[in-house]
Write a protein of this length. Sequence first.
Length: 421
Amino acid sequence: MKQELLAPAGNLKKLKYAIAFGADAVYLGVPSFSLRARINKFTPAKIKQAIEYAHKHNVKVYLTLNIFAHNQHLKKLTTHLQQLKKIKPDGIIISDPAVITQVKKHLPKVKLILSTQTNVTNWQSAKFWYNQGIKRIILARELTLKEIAEIHKRVPKLELETFVHGSMCMSYSGRCLLSKWINNREANLGDCSHPCRWSYNIKTRKQESKKTNEPVMLTEAEHPDLELIVEQGQEGSFIMNSRDLCLIKYLNQLKKAGVCSFKIEGRTKSIYYLATVTRAYRRVLDKLDSPDQAIKELGKLQTRGYSHGFLFGAEQVTQNTTRSHEKVNWEFVGEVIKTKLLTINNKQLTILVHNTLRIGDKIEFIPPQGKVVKTVVQKMWNSKGEEIKEAHGGQKKQTLLYSEIIFPKNTIIRRKLTPKP
């Protein structure tokens, strides 16, 4: 089976970027049944539009129904499934047995995909779900390469999907209670506030008995009255800010182990992240770039640092204990929304600016196909044709640049940051 590159689609625009930069399939869902409750404006009507656009470009769409449902969700589920029946997705990602039962009833022909939230970590569990009608399993991030290979060997007809890039959760396959406990936002209903990424202070609290050790406490700036006890067991203490997952060097090994779908995390992330990551993995899969070349490109994104997760054992997992994100020398500044040919050597690019862009900035154009092009901003004009020295994001105003190269719509632009003195 050909390996599939599966990209996140947080909205219709992101879906189009994922497809433009090489995704074979995308995943998305409505807020109330998806594990992305915020920054998600998908409706059944928009999903229908998304599927029609994707299918026109020979790209599959998998819908997420992977919340852990409460009773009130079940009441709304039937109506939602009836709407999906008309839309005809290529598959539905599920985790809750009650939701699985309802999907089988209302969409008996749809491909059932088991969410990573279900925590499949062994071949007998995989076989159990396969016998329930599951055609594909999104494996838990905690699996090693050896474990993945054994699952494929034991259940060879079952499709295996695994995350290859994106955020790592400090809880088992993302089943976390921390957000719910701290500020009543339920991660298992798609509303995580990511408290594992916050900055914490360490203090000790004196015990009444002098015979016992003083417990170490964590306090967070926004919640000073909330104290989290840090205890050390046989395996040590665990700091919560996991480095990001990046398996771009190990795609061939994952393929040999039986993985058929390489999944990128990040439905809430920017089009810059989506385009850069999808492009990097696409070019490695198509043998246009080496993994080392791709790593350099991925290093131009803001990350928590990269790790290969549990692929070669738990001892390889690393945390970023010193800062929330690694420093990066590049910034996303805009996207090409239109190209106009003026003369053979002169093309007008209409840019939607996302961050500040100035005359003299060193920038790079990242087109959906082809190589990255470096240049320096010489002149800029606003939409009225007036020459300007800088343009700012957040205003949804168009800026004009001139180029000798035709860059297609959806080309991403980033600029080199000037080091602070």
